[in-house]
Design a binder for this molecule. Structure first.
Ligand code: BEZ
Length: 212
């Protein structure tokens, strides 16, 4: 069965390029980004993992740990990491799970037989500090992911967990947000949104980002 938003991310123990990972313990109090890629030594995956390494400071600023996965063994990951570091001008600074027994792939439904019956698809999960799955996306093997979008979703989740707002289409950190429709009481609106708001429609009310 596929993993749905709000589910507890399945826990597992698996080997990785940085040793044995007990997933929930490894996550600790951090947010997590768990992402699968089809295979080591493939071009798109090389760029994806290199770019993720370059986002180290962005992930740290948001209290996020990244972890990759493919069905290749640890020895393959170690050899491939050398290529990623060399070609992407970075240093891979997160573990790559070696799921050659497919334990995690089965738990997270990462092999889609009608796409490819052996390789993992490009799936990604954002997991919050309570271990709840907050985002799932799956991309085709031929399309590298936009990791700026992953950071954008994390910004939105971390904001909307703390304020009664949601983020509109294409929002990026710092832009106006929308007030959730359930807030109707004028005193509460004034208290929660002291910078004021603009009602385009009764259900569409824009306000400056409250934590800025
Ligand atoms: C790649 O990462 O480049 C890739 C992997 C599997 C199929 C197609 C492309």
């Amino acid at each position: 069965m596929s993993i749905q938003l709000g589910d507890i991310a399945p826990d597992f123990q698996q080997d990785s390029s940085e040793g044995l990972i007990n997933f929930h313990q490894w996550l600790g109090d951090s947010w997590g980004v768990l992402f699968s890629h089809p295979a080591d030594f493939t071009p798109v995956c090389t760029t994806e993992l290199g770019f993720t390494a370059k986002l180290k400071d962005e992930f740290a600023a948001r209290n996020v740990k990244a972890i990759a996965l493919s069905v290749d063994p640890v020895a393959s990951h170690h050899e491939w990491i050398k290529d990623i570091n060399e070609t992407q001008h970075t240093i891979v600074n997160f573990p790559i799970l070696a799921d050659d027994d497919r334990k995690v792939s089965e738990l997270y439904n990462l092999i889609h037989p009608n796409a490819d019956d052996t390789l993992t698809v490009r799936s990604l999960f954002i997991i919050d500090p309570n271990k709840k799955v907050r985002l799932t996306i799956t991309y085709p093997a031929s399309t590298g992911r936009n990791f700026h979008e992953i950071l954008r979703v994390i910004d939105s989740l971390q904001l909307t967990d703390n304020y009664k707002v949601a983020t509109p289409a294409n929002w990026v950190d710092g832009e106006d947000v929308v007030i959730v429709p359930s807030i109707q009481d004028q005193a509460e609106l004034q208290e929660r949104f002291p910078k004021g708001y603009r009602a385009v429609k009764p259900y569409l009310r824009l306000t400056p980002q409250p934590n800025r």
